[in-house]
Design a protein around this ligand. Sequence first.
Ligand SMILES: Cc1cc2nc3c(=O)[nH]c(=O)nc-3n(C[C@H](O)[C@H](O)[C@H](O)COP(=O)(O)OP(=O)(O)OC[C@H]3O[C@@H](n4cnc5c(N)ncnc54)[C@H](O)[C@@H]3O)c2cc1C
Length: 496
Amino acid sequence: MKTKTVIVIGAGIGGIVAATHLARGGWNALVVEKNARPGGRCDRISRDGHHFDTGPTLLVMPLLYEAEFSALGASMHEMLNLKRVDPTYYLVFDDGSQLALTSDIKYLQEQLERFEPGSYLGLRRYMAEGRRHYDLGIEKLVQRDFRKASDFFTPGNLALLYQLKPLVNHYQNMGAYFQDPRLKAAFTFQDVYMGLSPFEAPATFSMMPYSELAHGVWYPRGGMYSVVESLMALARQAGVEFSFNSPVERIEVKANAARGVLLSNGERLESDAVLANADLPYIYQDLLPDRELSARLSHKRYSCSVISFFWGVDKTYERLGPHTLFLAHDYRENFERIIRDLGLPDNPSLYLHAPRRLDPAMAPPGEDTLIAIVPVGHLSENGGQDWGQIRDEARGHVFRRLRSLGITDLEAHIKFETTFTPLSWRKRYNLVKGSTHGLCHNLTQLAFFRPRNRHPRYHNLYFTGASTHPGTGMPTAMVSGRLSAQRIVDDFQMQD
Ligand SMILES: Cc1cc2nc3c(=O)[nH]c(=O)nc-3n(C[C@H](O)[C@H](O)[C@H](O)COP(=O)(O)OP(=O)(O)OC[C@H]3O[C@@H](n4cnc5c(N)ncnc54)[C@H](O)[C@@H]3O)c2cc1C
């Protein structure tokens, strides 16, 4: 039988993983990537001995990684040199109070009881619910492919309406466990990873704080980019070919089939199947002819964006933990300014990452590598946002927050700075609206309601990645890659 060929558009996590599964199954897989390197959003900048993970900085949901590495015939623990990050986060509140989220139960209990007597018991009950949500959510929603309505609307899944609390608001649900707003924030801020505000996210997402505390947040030596390097090693071993600096300009279609791709250098490549890993709404908008389908996608909800600062610093700030999160007291307003007004809050919550605390090789001796991430609205339709001004305001907020920790001299010690705004996210990775997490994960855009991983008209055009099922995140992109590859294999087996 003739070897089947697939062209994968984009060497993001989903694309690399899908191509590897297909190559292991005997397909000829070619990945064409617009950038000079693989990884997509999980990218790395290196300068003068400073190494920056430009996207993901947290290895969360390690059990999913383990399962996905194992599906690729490899061991996560052998491929990644992992260290558990404990405490995971240092949370800093506006009133000066701090909370270290740690697996040291006694220390965690002491801290929580100082915030609110009885809250440790509340956390234990919340964790029990989070565990139920995690176990059921991963098994019944994340790991499953919903190819048709009957895969999703089953009597078994009906019970999930009660078990996973999808119709209950996450923040409101916190009232059953804590009264102190700081604690409610401490165990819901992770919703922003889904592009959602806790004031609209389903309580189902308690699975994330649960997994962070129970399974841990980890750090691979060399940073998150070493996950990309490991996946690339597996891909190359399986025989996947890569072509970098090769932007696809168009997907060639005829009748109800995709024929291949047209590269921006004019080269035409043909294949039996095309698998698009670039952001799904971008594919519909820019690479395909159907205006109607792409217009429908433009009405969907998109996640927020972020402004990121990458600083090479000529001294170390040992008092900064690896992951510090400043949580604003006007928590609700913060989300409203970002999601509803597409702006920057007056007093934004923000995140600071100091990777040298976890791996000394991330900065030269005696120096620091710092990353600050400030969530902001995504690009507006009318382009009325002044990103230069918003970036400068965001930078000022980071320095202000650091002053509250006694760090007053950072500005003077920055050797160089690189910044990403929503415009950068769009330009570098073709993310529609510069939305860092792609399509939102609200109820009407989850599971069966998320765009399918096969095009409704072109029967051999498939999708994988953050804006497809199961959604954003490194481990979920690996799941997505596997599910899409399986779909391709099943479809072609039926045709043979
Ligand atoms: C700031 C930030 C922080 C994050 N933090 C975390 C975290 O801590 N933990 C975590 O698990 N996840 C995190 N994520 C999410 C995670 O990075 C993504 O969900 C995941 O990497 C998405 O992978 P993907 O498969 O969708 O591919 P993408 O990363 O979207 O890659 C798609 C690839 O397609 C390429 N491409 C686009 N257009 C074309 C074209 N025309 N021709 C050829 N190639 C093209 C792009 O260049 C890119 O390489 C974060 C993301 C961001 C942005």
